[in-house]
Design a protein around this ligand. Sequence first.
Ligand SMILES: [Zn+2]
Length: 348
Amino acid sequence: MKKPLLQRLDEGPVICGEGYLFELERRGYLQAGSFVPEVALNNPEVLEEVHRDFVKAGSDIVQAFTYNGHREKMRIIGKEEKLESLNRSAIRVAKKVASDFNDEPLVAGNVSNTNIFNPSDHSSKEKVRLMFSEMIGWCKEEDVDMIIGETFYYLEEALLALEVMKQHNFTSVITLGIMAENILEDGYTPTEACKILKDSGADVVGLNCFRGPETMLDIALDIRRNVSGHIAVLPVTYRTTAEEPTFFNITDKKRTACPQHGRCFPDALEPLYCNRYEIAEFAKKAYENDIRYLGLCCGCNPAFLRAMAEAVGRNTINSEYSPDITKHFLYGKDPTLKKHIQDLGNKA
Ligand SMILES: [Zn+2]
């Protein structure tokens, strides 16, 4: 029997590697723009590898890659008939990877923002409910350990997802995506929204995506101060600032952007990455403030995730390869290193 999520959180930090859309796009297995996780059907072996790399870097959760794998998105790309097989395949890939590890990670199903939710249109809400019901129903049949509902920018949509998760008795993690105005699109502050989600029965509430460490932490700390239970925080790994709080409208000092659309988001963000020490610092501060569910969203890679895990005291499978400059030919300390070579260090 695997240790359940809430018990793990009561005992210490839980790490969750996310950001599969960006990582698999970067590797060449899905398209920026439409961002549909077809990789679960077309290249499951690649998806497996990314899951495995994240677990080795410290992830305690293997999140089935069904983000955007919902009916509306599949309709837009004309592949609605593949919806169910994509979802089932993604869950099976996640379960297969988890079962390969001794200390078995949890397997999470995933639903997210549908982008059709309209607060003033009742029929859109019914459509959203059906989308969540079918996806979470498949999660039940495939027997996952928990469900992550994420990147909701309407509280009401998040509540719909939560309701369906609870109908199926799933452990629920609900995280919100906060756009630049610092509020949910139905007017709630992040803290108010998390409180309502918590009071409605969500097991873990918090934030994911859109914002980097620098513009997510303070919002998360306010949630921590005002909401009981465990809090989750999963930023993107880019250097967002008070002036440019989300990665949607972040600019590059060199003013380089994609010539097609004039933005850095989503395919010209590379110069704006945080480094792993910034990620570690963020994780440390969050954990010191009793935020225990820590992860990374878009821009996540194994080195970032390992830095995060180690910052909160974890030793990962890949920690044996964590940086150690003492053996470096220019900057090392080993007595066998040559002085005339090391003298080159500051002018190299
Ligand atoms: Zn993200």
